[in-house]
Design a protein around this ligand. Structure first.
Ligand code: HEM
Length: 125
């Protein structure tokens, strides 16, 4: 297995990841009912985001935490949902890639998920 080296690799990763999310009824409703994402628009944004985060390219300028706080206003993003999200993400990485960037992207996902959950918990309080 190879490491994540290019935007094409990231596209494959997010494609596999969203197949898992969308086929798991415990979380898919967020992407189909709460927010109706258009995959053909959504996946390239995810590639740009992760490319900036782990390949060091630029181009992602949105406020990722605020976007998720907005989703959370519509439907509570519980710790359980974050765990499901992270499990599917980590499995998608491990099934397709191995190496330094593959480790880095999982660590980054966990730390971003942790920050999001802290912000969501602050809102609740
Ligand atoms: C419970 C966990 C999560 C759920 C249910 C979730 C759900 C969503 C939804 C519904 C959107 C589309 C929002 C919109 O277009 O209005 C979105 C966008 C996005 N999410 Fe998540 N998310 C979760 C966690 C995460 C985490 C931990 C990360 C990063 C590590 C992440 C990265 C992104 C990115 C990059 C976008 C695109 C934002 C943009 O349009 O600029 N998500 N997410």
């Amino acid at each position: 297995m190879k490491d994540i080296l290019s935007q094409d690799d990231l596209y494959l990763l997010v494609d596999e990841f969203y197949k898992k999310l969308l086929s798991d009824p415990k979380i898919s409703y967020i992407f189909t009912d709460v927010v109706k994402i258009k995959l053909e628009e959504h996946l390239p944004i995810l590639v740009t985001f992760w490319s900036q985060a782990i390949l060091g390219t630029g181009g992602y300028t949105n406020n990722l935490t605020q976007i998720h706080l907005d989703v959370n206003e519509k439907s509570y993003l519980s710790p359980e949902l974050f765990q499901i999200w992270l499990n599917h993400f980590n499995n998608s990485v491990d099934e397709n890639f191995k190496g330094e960037k593959a480790e880095k992207i999982k660590t980054q996902a966990l730390s971003i998920a942790t920050v999001m959950q802290i912000k969501i918990a602050q809102k609740k309080g």
